[in-house]
Design a protein around this ligand. Structure first.
Ligand code: GAR
Length: 201
């Protein structure tokens, strides 16, 4: 089985990207990050990718959205990409890229979906007063954080938590969960049946 060719999209720090790459380096994921794409020239993950010899492309954010993602797709076509990984990419993808890569785009979200979609999910959950939050990896569909859920990790909200401490413990779980799901994808273990995603042994 050929290694999956992966494009990772980031907007900022890029810690999830680094953890996924770390697992690839250890030989735990049957895939290769072919390109790192960022809408933000100052994204932290770009320097790490440069050090690791991963091709980086900055596509500075522009409207209209459809045009932006068409340019991005034209670029990706030449790279023969099997999987797009949204690792803290803070833009809503356009319909054309979602259709082109149906069931081949993964996103991580720092809450237990379908609760608290959208921005500042950790703060939304904390302010709502939930006792448990966590993170979710899902396939991307046309909505905001609405696609079929692949896997989740639960994180308890502690008595002395604030948004930052909760977010930090959620992030620790993200760093474990996302590489696991990428690994399963690259092993062809994910099967989508309607809204349900089965992880085959
Ligand atoms: C992560 O917490 C990720 O779940 C979140 O952005 C952060 C990126 O961190 N994504 C979203 O909120 C998407 N709606 P990172 O750049 O260090 O990986």
């Amino acid at each position: 089985m050929a290694k999956k060719r992966i494009a990772v999209f980031i907007s900022g720090r890029g810690s999830n990207f680094m953890f996924i790459h770390g697992e690839i380096e250890k030989g735990n994921i049957h895939g290769e990050i072919v390109v790192l794409i960022s809408d933000n020239p100052d994204a932290g993950g770009l320097a790490y990718a440069g050090e690791k010899g991963i091709e980086c492309r900055v596509f500075p954010w522009q409207v209209p959205r459809d045009r932006y993602f068409q340019d991005l797709m034209d670029f990706l076509e030449g790279k023969d990409i099997d999987l797009i990984v949204l690792a803290g990419f803070m833009r809503v993808l356009s319909a054309n890229i979602i259709e082109r890569y149906a069931n081949r785009i993964l996103n991580i979200h720092p809450a237990l979906l379908p609760s608290f979609p959208g921005e500042e999910a950790q703060r939304q959950a904390f302010d709502h007063g939930v006792k448990f939050s966590g993170c979710t990896v899902h396939f991307v569909d046309g909505g905001v954080d609405t696609g079929p859920i692949i896997q989740q990790r639960v994180v308890p909200v502690l008595e002395d938590d604030d948004t930052e401490t909760l977010a930090a413990r959620i992030l620790e779980q993200e760093h474990q969960l996302f590489p696991e799901v990428v690994r399963a994808f690259c092993n062809n273990q994910l099967e989508v049946v309607g809204r349900r995603v089965h992880v085959r042994e």
